[in-house]
Design a protein around this ligand. Structure first.
Ligand code: SF4
Length: 349
């Protein structure tokens, strides 16, 4: 799932700046409006210096963004998802996505959002897509999954052997609630306990429960190895929770996080820090070489970050109904400064 090129400090020797991240309020139509930054080197220049030219290889993963509706409004969200958003995959588009998955063979199908739990067609998507792939992945913020109405959804995920990738930014209740909203930590812990009770995250069980943690500001995450150890010990000791893997990712400078970086004067320093941590090994393994992402309205992107940035695949808006097969190997990938995040340290997949 990830490109491990460094094993100690994933992002090198940079100073950690603990900054308080405040939520920048935004309008619902602002997702695709990148605030420009001028002082960093273009990603193409860094790639050229390392003799790298990123193009698509064999596409093995179909990622589906079901929409921007979410019960949370996280300060770092690159898609600016939230309760006020209206974008949501309708049944017609869901059926078109299912037909595309049936026509093509994807090793992995990755369902994300917003909060995919809140899409009215999510049960259909899980049940149908589960037929066409060996590995179904479901990304959850946990609090949206912890809803009595979603008991059936947890069972459907289990029945389809879906890998659950759950975000849990921190082991600290105050930090989590300030980043994600009141009571989010408690609801997340309860969701993990319920997933464990269904057999997820247990040694020797094929139901995989992975966690994702990200920083609460313009700094890089800690060593993944150490963080995983701490999460494992603390979650088990305090709440009896077990999980399979923890992944630590830096925040992507897009959407709500980019607005905050800009307004707090941190955009250029953050981009420069990412660029300084450039790792050719991570750049060679970026997920966009093997992934295609479809948005809630059926358009295709090289990844979810390019979707947030409004950068369509091949820089041309293509609807999934106009794409019979997978994109061809050798197709150029649309790159921009947010790509530094995928190529810094151990990368981001
Ligand atoms: S952000 Fe850029 S490098 Fe990362 S997956 Fe998307 S296109 Fe590739």
């Amino acid at each position: 799932m990830k490109n491990i090129c460094f094993s100690q400090n994933h992002y090198g020797h940079f100073d950690i700046q603990l900054l308080t991240l405040k939520v920048v309020m935004n309008t619902p139509d602002s997702t695709n409006q990148q605030i420009p930054s001028r002082n960093h080197k273009p990603i193409s220049q860094i790639l050229a210096r390392h003799g790298l030219n990123l193009t698509r290889e064999k596409t093995t993963c179909l990622q589906i963004n079901t929409g921007l509706v979410c019960n949370q409004s996280c300060a770092h969200c690159h898609l600016e998802a939230g309760p006020y958003r209206l974008e949501s995959m309708d049944l017609i588009t869901a059926e078109q996505v299912i037909e595309y998955a049936a026509r093509n063979s994807f090793e992995t199908i990755d369902i994300t959002g917003g909060a995919p739990e809140l899409n009215p067609n999510i049960s259909t998507l899980i049940a149908e897509l589960g037929k066409y792939t060996q590995k179904l992945m479901f990304r959850s913020n946990l609090s949206a999954l912890n809803n009595r109405q979603n008991d059936q959804l947890m069972e459907l995920l289990r029945d389809n052997r879906a890998v659950i990738v759950a975000s849990l930014p921190s082991l600290n209740q105050g930090q989590t609630d300030s980043q994600r909203g009141n009571q989010v930590f408690a609801r997340s812990i309860e969701a993990l306990q319920r997933l464990n009770s269904l057999g997820y995250g247990k040694d020797g069980c094929e139901l995989v429960l992975d966690l994702v943690s990200n920083p609460t500001g313009a700094f890089f995450p800690p060593s993944q190895e150490q963080a995983e150890k701490k999460f494992r010990q603390t979650l088990h000791r305090k709440w009896g929770i077990t999980f399979n893997n923890l992944y630590c990712f830096a925040n992507v400078p897009l959407g709500r996080f980019r607005k905050w970086l800009k307004s707090s004067g941190n955009l250029d320093p953050y981009l420069e820090r990412l660029a300084s941590a450039f790792n050719p090994c991570a750049a060679r393994g970026v997920m966009c070489k093997s992934l295609i992402c479809v948005s809630w309205d059926g358009y295709l992107y090289d990844c979810d970050f390019n979707l947030a940035a409004g950068l369509p695949m091949n820089r041309r808006k293509t609807h999934i109904t106009d794409m019979q097969r997978k994109p061809l190997a050798g197709t150029p990938i649309a790159l921009a400064d947010h790509c530094y995040t995928c190529m810094a340290g151990t990368g981001f997949t």
